[in-house]
Design a protein around this ligand. Structure first.
Ligand SMILES: O=c1ccn([C@@H]2O[C@H](COP(=O)(O)O)[C@@H](O)[C@H]2O)c(=O)[nH]1
Length: 279
């Protein structure tokens, strides 16, 4: 099954547009997982199991693993997700971009080593820098378009031939790069106006939408701007707000139970804006 088929199926069967981001920050782990050699894997595994039925996908961010020389734990986590939650797409957030020969190696890293269903890439180096990922026709290639951070405007808002650069990226991907129907775009929830512009350009292409939760993006505005013709079309990512959810005072909640509660609340808040019942 291709990435886009798997994602469409997950949207339907899980009744969720929530992508759970896996950005493990050891300093925020519960005490019993700090200092353990497998602590990153165990933390993420608990989050994955606790949130899987509220999610349409998982998105590990590679930097959090690589910075701690914990790529082996990322490998183990990816294998765990594919074995225990095989119906949920695994999006490796790596934001790669380089010349073709090097991109071939990055593609192998994402799709062989980690066996991800999709990877995020940077379009700045152009068509030949993304071509090696497209060779993996059953995998997704998710291209940065209008990122969620304020500094994204420095380049992405530059006017080129009367239109902001991010709109050229959206058009280029939709009209030229997406020959196999395997592409998606990253568009931040922090910019719903631009999200609506991108949706108008790319039709039903899947969008990875980070920026709700810790970055403060508005769920109602995000759903209104980014939904596709079927009321889906987005993986709306939340990482820190779910991973480090505070257990309710006096409730005895564990960290993963708190994460589950926030994930379910976030899924339900998204679904309310889609006009769907909670749960
Ligand atoms: O434009 C972008 C692209 C990627 N990200 C990534 O998404 C998560 C967001 O984490 P939160 O804790 O929910 O803020 C993180 O992995 C970023 O690297 C993004 O935020 N914006």
């Amino acid at each position: 099954m291709s990435f886009t088929e798997k994602l469409s199926s997950a949207w339907r069967t899980r009744n969720s547009l929530l992508c759970v981001g896996l950005d493990p920050d050891v300093s925020r782990f519960p005490a019993h997982l700090q200092g353990r050699p497998d602590g990153i894997f165990e933390f993420c595994k608990s989050i994955v199991d606790a949130t899987a039925d509220a999610a349409c996908s998982f998105k590990p961010q590679i930097a959090y693993f690589a910075a701690l020389r914990a790529e082996d734990q990322l490998e183990a986590l990816c294998k765990y997700i594919r074995t225990h939650h095989p119906d949920l797409p695994l999006v490796l957030d790596a934001k790669r971009g380089d010349i073709g020969a090097t991109a071939e190696q990055y593609a192998r890293e994402a799709f062989e080593r980690y066996d991800a269903d999709a990877v995020t890439v940077n379009p700045y180096m152009g068509a030949d820098s993304v071509a090696p990922y497209m060779e993996w026709q059953d995998r997704g290639v998710i291209v940065l378009c209008r990122t969620s951070n304020p500094g994204g405007s420095d380049l992405q808002f530059m006017q080129v031939d009367g239109r902001p650069l991010y709109q050229h990226v959206a058009r280029l991907v939709a009209e030229k790069w997406n020959r196999n129907g395997q592409c998606g775009l990253v568009v931040g929830a922090t910019f719903p106006g631009e999200l609506a512009q991108v949706r108008a350009i790319v039709g039903d292409m899947p969008l990875l939408v980070p920026g709700i939760g810790a970055q403060g993006g508005d769920i109602a505005a995000t759903v209104a701007a980014g939904r596709d013709g079927h009321g889906a079309g987005m993986m709306i990512n939340s990482s820190r707000a779910i991973l480090y959810a505070q257990p309710l005072a006096g409730s005895g909640e564990t960290f993963d139970q708190a994460a589950r509660r926030v994930a379910c609340e976030t899924r339900d808040a998204i679904n309310r804006e889609r006009g769907l019942a909670a749960g």
